[in-house]
Design a protein around this ligand. Structure first.
Ligand code: NAI
Length: 247
């Protein structure tokens, strides 16, 4: 097992939702998580609550991602875990959304994950200590959804960049896996955003929601992230935590 105790982790999008639960889960295992998020107010608030460091970063900016990794390595001496989780949701008609909108999704959800995993892996290779990279994709990185073309595109790319990096860096004992959540109640998906009827509709897409009368919880995804960090013989895998959505 890869011991999280004493390991340094960057969790992007760690100010809220799934990322925040991942930070809490890493802390509970004795790790040293750093929150990287572009929401300064929420980032400071969550970091204060959990007593961890917050770095303001926009993951779609390659230069900021490089600075984030350099800062963490300078301060803590090493980087062992990257949870590339920051992302944006939403959707709309492929014909109506603008090219700028498309580029925004690709910039954050696809390029952001690429910059974060690449810079973490660069450091892990230099350290020679191995490491774990977890890229948060989605069920919509596995199956299509009408009106989610841009999101589908970005999340599908995360799935395959993960496998490619896993194969390339296996000789360095750097494990790269993706996690694919179904709909989870977070800042991105909740009654304010989707409405009560919207949440009921989403529940109807998850077979398990019929048994538990709810969507997923962010801690259920954090659980899978911890599994992917700790399991020393898993790489290039796609871990699906979706209440049976894609079954
Ligand atoms: P959330 O909205 O609660 O948290 C996302 C965090 O990412 C926020 O703190 C936000 O400030 C940060 N963020 C957004 N853009 C950023 C950027 N450019 N740079 C740095 N930080 C940025 O959302 P949630 O649900 O926790 O999402 C986490 C990941 O899980 C995302 O990649 C999302 O696509 C994925 N996901 C979420 C699902 C859900 O149903 N909630 C389903 C499937 C995947």
């Amino acid at each position: 097992m890869f011991e999280i105790q004493g390991k340094v982790a960057i969790v992007t999008g760690g100010a809220n939702g799934i990322g925040k639960e991942a930070v809490k889960a890493i802390l509970a295992k004795g790790g040293v998580p750093v929150i990287a998020d572009f929401n300064e107010e929420l980032g400071n608030q969550t970091a204060g609550e959990l007593n961890v460091e917050f770095i303001k970063v926009d993951v779609s900016d390659e230069g900021q991602v490089k600075e984030m990794v350099s800062h963490v390595v300078e301060k803590y001496g090493h980087l062992d875990i990257m949870v590339a989780n920051a992302g944006i949701g939403g959707g709309g008609s492929t014909l109506e959304l603008s090219t700028e909108e498309y580029e925004k999704y690709i910039g954050v959800n696809q390029n952001g994950v690429f910059y974060c995993s690449r810079e973490a892996i660069r450091q892990m290779v230099a350290q020679g200590t191995g490491g774990a990279v977890i890229n948060v994709s989605s069920i919509l990185g596995l199956v299509g959804s009408a009106g989610a073309c841009f999101y589908n595109t970005s999340k599908g790319a995360v799935r395959l960049m993960t496998k490619s990096m896993a194969l390339e860096f296996a000789p360095f004992n750097i494990r790269v896996n993706s996690v694919h959540p179904g709909y989870i109640i977070t800042g991105m998906v909740n009654e304010d955003v989707a409405g009560a009827e919207g949440i009921e509709m989403l529940k109807s897409l998850h077979p398990l929601s019929k048994g538990i009368d709810r969507l997923g919880k962010p801690e259920e995804i954090a659980h899978a992230i911890i599994f992917a960090i700790e399991n020393t013989f898993m790489t290039g895998a796609e871990i699906v935590v979706d209440g049976g959505y894609t079954a």
